[in-house]
Write a protein that binds this ligand. Sequence first.
Ligand SMILES: Cc1ncc(COP(=O)(O)O)c(C=O)c1O
Length: 402
Amino acid sequence: MKKDKTSAVKEMYAKYVMETYARADLLFVRGAGCKLWDARGKRYLDFSSGIAVCSLGHCHPDVTSAICEQAQTLVHTSNLFLNEQQPKLAKKLVENTFDGVCFFCNSGAEANEALIKFARKWGSDKGRYEIIVMNDSFHGRTLATLAATGRAKYRKGFQPDMPGFKFVDYNDLSQVRKAITSKTAAVMLEAVQGEGGVIPATDKYLQGLRRLCDQKGILLLFDEVQCGFGRTGDLFAWQHSGITPDAFSMAKAIANGFPMGAMLCRREHAGVLTPGTHASTFGGTPLACAAACAVIDTILHDKLLENCRTQGEFLMKRLGAFAKKYSCVKGVRGRGLMIGVVLDRPASELLPLLREKGLIALSAGETVLRLVPPLIVTREECETALEIIESALKKISAPKKG
Ligand SMILES: Cc1ncc(COP(=O)(O)O)c(C=O)c1O
């Protein structure tokens, strides 16, 4: 009997691709907006956005045409020369955040490496090299970003850890105050912890961190790789608290699935990284920058931040009601369209049930169901997702009495 396409592709993976992921038996062949289709013709609602990447939905026409047009014009020339798209994108990022300069690279980990190198270089003539980072954080899989990641399970087997990181509890200002020494260069954190379980920092905490860093003369750095680019209803999640960091990283949704990362620092720090101190062959190609320009323009022009807030509030309210109704739901948290439903069991138990009913979602931490739909999601699509989630919850837990 002839094998179906999914099984044939799975077999090729098993033979030729390193097994660094626990992949579901699902072969996606097409995407449009918030929808995906598998090789068997089944349609899904995508509330994962390729792990908070395709925030404008799949194959957004503005991004697709920007990519096609640039691919027919100029793809890559190296950073030894100028290209038109790179400063155009940097200007858009600066105009929507604070006065500063950008460095471009290809991924979240690489953007955080740039942030870490920036902090070390800034502190190098002051004897400051240590970075205070958070328990339960996630900053990437390279050796430096792993060493900065606050979940020991990711570091296991790769020791010795790169030195220079000190861990404290998230949302606890007094722990940061106690951890600062004459060797501290920076505090680095996610404004909403993603992989750690969708945990937002309070505004008070972030404002307190800004004051503390100013008093101690050290840098405040944000990893906006997951919570940035409109995901929480502001272009960047730190903007919610009304403070300004010294620098921040971004990636994931920056080019809606075209691989890219960036770091932006304040103008007063523009001279910290100089020619020869940092580089990336593919950083800021005309192609990647053209895609990212289309993403920012679309987010702002189509008022997607507003949609993110409105649909996010709607989802949080309705999911909050599930916590009262189903014993397996312990609570709901998040900001904008970065939402965590805290369960009493591994979220991985729920994901196959959701997929069966046509919804793609994620887990975060061990027991948090993570929902990060595209920012273009409609009310109707939210209603459909809620129906599917409720039917799966019904299956795994009896409704609460009374
Ligand atoms: C907050 C955060 N930082 C960094 C990374 C690493 O990004 P990448 O996988 O693009 O290297 C991730 C990925 O999930 C992330 O969520």
